[in-house]
Design a protein around this ligand. Sequence first.
Ligand code: COA
Length: 694
Amino acid sequence: MTEPVTLRVDNSVAIITIENPPVNALSHAVRAGLSDKIEIAVADETAKAIVLRAEGRTFPAGADVREFGRPREAPILSDVCALLEDCSKPTIAAVHGSALGGGFELALACHYRVAQKAARFGLPEVKLGVLPGGGGTQRLPRIVGAVVALDLMLTGKPLGAQTALDLGVADLVVEANLDTAAMTLAGQLIANGGATRPTRDRSEGLQDPGGFVNAVAARREKVKSDPLPSVARIVDCIEAAQILPFDAGIAMERAAFDDCEASAEANAMRHAFFAERRASKIPELEGATLRPIKSIGVVGAGTMGSGIAISCLDAGFPVVLVERDQDALDRGVQRIVANYDKSVDKGRIDTATGVERLARLTSTTSMHELAPVDLIIEAVFEDEQVKRTVFTQLDTVMKPGAILATNTSYLDIDTLAATISRPQDVVGYHFFSPAHIMKLLEVVVGDQTDPNVVATGFDLARKLRKVPVRASVADGFIGNRVLASYRLAADFMLEDGASPAQIDAAMRAYGFPIGPYQVLDMAGLDISWARRKRLAASRAPEDRYVAIGDKICEQGWFGQKAGRGYYIHDQAGTPVENPDVLAIIEAERRSKGVALRAFSQQEIQQRCVFAMANEGARLVSEGVALRPSDVDVVLLYGYGFPRYRGGPMMAADQAGLLTVKNALINWQSEEPRFWVPSPLFDELIKNGRSFGDL
Ligand code: COA
């Protein structure tokens, strides 16, 4: 195997190159290689300066996340950074691609930074539940001050090269020929006497001590109830950059990093990071020939259709938007125009970009305009009969080999595909609302879907900047099936003694942005009512059925849009509990003779999360989801499951599968079928394994 770090001397400059594909992560081998080569370069009298650069697509994109959570082998990154900074010769980082996390910290430890124009600098550690551990919390504030350092470390969002230059983080930005620029700078530094410029000695960012203190205090106040331990520790470390000597600040950062790395939250966030990448590894990609997608048609210009069209326009595709009548079409186009107006107003895109995106939109009431299109996404009303009619029409206009994707949340795509002459071209795309913002895309594979169509869907999802997850046909696919179990678990508690507000509060305390009944009010209670009606015939008579939702719907209280649902939504104030709903709940309890009981916050959380994990296990056993981590990705990206909990399957792993199974068995006395543990629990428990091992 070739060495991940190499050294050569050229023109009195030691050039140290990192090559560890795909993203030059700073694994132990890289850190050891760097340490060796830096020492050799320092000792080499012919070398008067050091350039640190990387091969491949990027400067190091961070520590090797796979090494997190295990004992770290020396040298640790902080030591490598110290070697670079303490070096007696000027050190220059030549940065291209994404200098993230430890990569940015390495660059910060160099005395100078030259960057390619498209390069980005970021400290995304907070997204992995940790903080910069290679001296970033001490070095960056010395250059940029507290406000920028806090922003970078608490949001994890990267800086562009030009901003880095403006802030003094980069010393030079070049369009091209990065290596030449770095060598030229090295030559100039040597010619000027070879002075070093350790970042630890810089103080531009510390010039306004009062401003620094205030920025830290304001941020501390803002994040005081953040559940992620690393957030408060980042603020502490940045504060230390001003008040402690550099070495003491580094020691403090190290201790904070070690504590955070070992936390359950960081473990869950690492899981989320890898789960997202694993989800795009599907069997259909093996040997696939992708179908070329150059243009996209969207049928249906409602909220979903317009959102999907925006998503496709944003990704650079020409889009043909089709609606049945001109009024509905005009409303859809208006929605799209308003979206771009807003993006321009908010400065997210410039006017020219907005104009260019809209120029790629064709709107029409004629299906025939879809004839040349490579992929059609049907997003008409969620009703099998309506969709069938559209499918039949599309079958007559679509060109051979065009893909027909149906945006459905529940419907059986095999039944739909069977109605046309090309079932192999049909695939399900379950977008989440608002479709141009939500990252999740469930790609639903039918019995007859051509594997190349599935592979093309995954490729397209990447272009649309979505996180795709493969699902097989099942009512509600992955997400809505898990959601249905979550709601059932909540409904049982509602009937047995909890209130909607109490359940919502418990799930918010768990980390969801809003609780299940708030979601119902937002989405419209009629949608889940329609599903319950649709499934009524197939429901086993012995299953426990909670009719509270139906009774609320019978009043026409469909949630926010009706002004009333589980809560009363007045125009002005925050929603308040709906006393009439509490009366309905009371009446239901009385009519069923329920023996009321109290639920603690923890029990509410456990019942909801364990119900989701159990449903997830069933989906894996049935082959609807490929693996437990896919279930987690769906819940994280589509349903607001808190990332620092990793998803329901991860939460079950962290609770211990035996504990979860015993809880499920315990609750079976109340509802024998719903709470029956998936056989996957026993299978894993008896082999000492967890969902994460699958
Ligand atoms: N450690 C280990 N592996 C990493 C990694 C890291 N820091 N960053 C990326 N990888 C791996 C991915 O798991 C993926 O592996 P796979 O091909 O086996 O699935 C591969 O590198 C490519 O990553 P991917 O994210 O799919 O590529 P991309 O081109 O879309 O994005 C980055 C590249 C660098 C922007 C992106 O990978 C990223 O943001 N990485 C994380 C950076 C980070 O958090 N660093 C701080 C660590 S403390």
